[in-house]
Write a new protein. Structure first.
Length: 295
């Protein structure tokens, strides 16, 4: 082997024995390096914008979010159960007991004729029957017709009824309805709901009372006592006086309708009291649906 050949094999052996290292890349273009760095900065800024900033009132990102309140399912035990409706037999039984205890109930407003009854009912708004009677005894002694009331005048009417709440406005209404009765109804109280409701100070309850007590109509006047008894017992529940009125008209047998609202008023006034109901002496305590009965 020649001298040059031995030198070539020695060189090749040293190359094979050298450990492999990372492959050297050619130097990158400076403009490309700047473009890559700018894109990296843009990506970092976008991530910061998507991440909500934490404040003193904000929960940490790793804290679980509060669960929304769970609404009770329809028909679940958390809902207040509705009262079981009265049967027709139970309603009849209740009014038969009322009739047996008081066959001929009377309204407690004192009056001389349909006109004075109308005036008394208008005056009874937000006032007691006893207070109205105390004031109207002297008033009706001198003015029991629309013409006499107009002759008396608003100022003197105020003097007679000044012990009644809202007496100034009520005196104005009494004079105004007397004028309308003379002008539109020949001085007579109309026998229709629409006619009575057209009078100043008279509403649906006033019309029902006058039609029932003066003309014997089967109407249902719903005052605070009737409203309470109907809802508390569950006989004819309703959110408004009109709902209660229509409910009672549906369930009360016709033979009891003439006196039905009187029985319910008296029951609410003296037995089914607002704050301390006298359930122990109630005629219908076994039929009543009220869950808080005091017996």
């Amino acid at each position: 082997m020649s001298k040059n050949t031995r030198r070539t094999f020695a060189t090749l052996g040293s190359v094979r024995a050298r450990p492999a290292g990372p492959e050297k890349m050619p130097p990158a273009d400076p403009r490309q390096q700047k473009s890559v760095a700018a894109k990296s900065r843009q990506d970092s800024a976008a991530k910061k914008q998507r991440k909500p900033a934490l404040t003193s009132g904000t929960k940490a990102a790793n804290q679980p979010a509060a669960k929304s309140p769970v609404r009770p399912a329809r028909g679940s035990a958390t809902r207040k159960p509705s009262l079981r409706p009265w049967t027709a037999a139970e309603v009849r039984e209740a009014f038969e007991r009322f009739r047996k205890a008081n066959p001929e109930p009377k309204g407690e407003l004192e009056h001389l004729n349909p006109y004075t009854l109308l005036v008394a009912v208008v005056l009874s708004a937000q006032a007691t029957d006893a207070g109205v009677n105390k004031a109207t005894r002297a008033l009706f002694a001198v003015a029991d017709t629309p013409a006499k009331m107009l002759a008396l005048g608003e100022e003197k009417v105020r003097d007679y009824i000044k012990t009644i709440g809202l007496y100034r406005n009520k005196a104005r209404n009494i004079i105004a309805l007397s004028e309308k009765l003379l002008a539109d109804f020949n001085g007579e109280v109309p026998r229709s709901r629409a006619g009575i409701e057209s009078l100043p100070g008279a509403g649906r309850k006033t019309a029902n009372v006058v039609l029932n007590m003066a003309f014997g109509e089967h109407t249902m006047a719903v005052d605070t006592h009737v409203f309470r008894v109907s809802n508390r017992t569950g006989m004819a529940p309703g959110r408004t006086p009109l709902e209660v009125e229509l409910g009672l008209e549906r369930v009360v047998p016709d033979e009891f309708m003439l006196h039905a609202h009187h029985w319910l008023i008296l029951h609410g006034r003296y037995t089914c009291l607002a704050r301390s109901p006298r359930c122990a002496v109630c005629l219908i305590n076994d039929l009543c649906r009220w869950p808080e009965k005091t017996i």
